[in-house]
Ligand binder design. Structure first.
Ligand code: OFO
Length: 176
């Protein structure tokens, strides 16, 4: 059974994961309107992943006798300055998520809730990967600068990366 403190903290994390999903979805839609199909498919997939992070939390809270609350969300921005600005925002956002996950881990230790502590380790590793990927992408975009041809190839690579990840995920699911 979850303590009220842990249950509230997990519900706060549910809000953050849901708003991340919504935020990345807004970025995906904007990128699609800019003709950046590779970037937008990457962002659509990223939005889905965040929704999965939210669902995982809701189910965990419910399994442990709490109630996972589906939150209402603020309207995310509709336009973005550039692709680089989008990925810089993602990196900043993911760093915030990491620090919130770390706070959550801290709460579970203080509450001696080792089951939730164990459950959260998946999020700890996921954040390492997500931050590293966002940082790599921002670095690439810095190299590209204002070069339109560079952006074209970047978009193509992002599309290829998304397809490769989707195939790997499908393979993993089949193997289970
Ligand atoms: Fe990218 O954040 Fe979820 O956990």
């Amino acid at each position: 059974m979850l303590s009220t403190k842990v249950s509230n903290a997990l519900n706060t994390q549910i809000v953050l994961e849901a708003s991340s999903s919504q935020y990345y979805l807004a970025m995906a839609s904007w990128a699609e309107t800019q003709g950046l199909n590779g970037v937008s498919s990457f962002l659509y997939a990223h939005a889905d992943e965040e929704r999965m992070h939210m669902l995982k939390l809701i189910k965990f809270v419910n399994e442990r006798g709490g109630h996972g609350i589906v939150p209402s969300l603020k309207q995310p921005p509709t336009t973005f300055k550039s692709v680089k600005a989008v990925f810089e925002e993602i990196l900043k956002h993911e760093m915030k998520v990491t620090s919130e996950i770390n706070n959550l881990v801290d709460i579970t230790l203080k509450e001696k809730d080792y089951t939730t502590h164990n459950f959260l380790q998946w999020y700890v590793s996921e954040q390492i990967e997500e931050e590293a990927l966002a940082r790599q992408i921002v670095d690439k975009l810095k190299l590209i600068g204002d070069d339109k041809g560079g952006l074209y190839f970047f978009d193509r690579d992002m599309g290829a990366l998304t397809t490769a990840e989707a195939k790997a995920d499908a393979g993993e699911k089949k193997a289970k």
